[in-house]
Design a protein around this ligand. Structure first.
Ligand SMILES: [Zn+2]
Length: 84
């Protein structure tokens, strides 16, 4: 379902991975706008999928991100309309 395996290595500096266009295999749709438009995407790690240095990630259009910073809980997040 559009998930991509990403390997994080200890020596690699963490930075947001921006790709010019999404990998459209397995019928990917951006979870925010629900389209497969060929715009820049970033990989967002999925909570609960970390295994050592591996984590499952979802492609999301860069332009669809509208993040909020909850300073109290230490979270940067965006509520999206799942299941609509
Ligand atoms: Zn989108």
């Amino acid at each position: 379902m559009g998930k991509t395996k990403v390997t994080k290595k200890r020596s690699v500096k963490r930075k947001m991975r921006v790709f010019k266009k999404p990998n459209l295999s397995s019928g990917w749709k951006c979870p925010i706008c629900k389209t497969d438009e060929e715009k820049e995407v970033v990989l967002i790690g999925i909570t609960g999928t970390r295994m050592g240095y591996n984590i499952e990630a979802e492609q999301v259009h860069l332009g669809c991100l509208d993040l909020l910073f909850d300073k109290q809980r230490g979270l940067i997040y965006q509520k999206i309309g799942w299941g609509e």
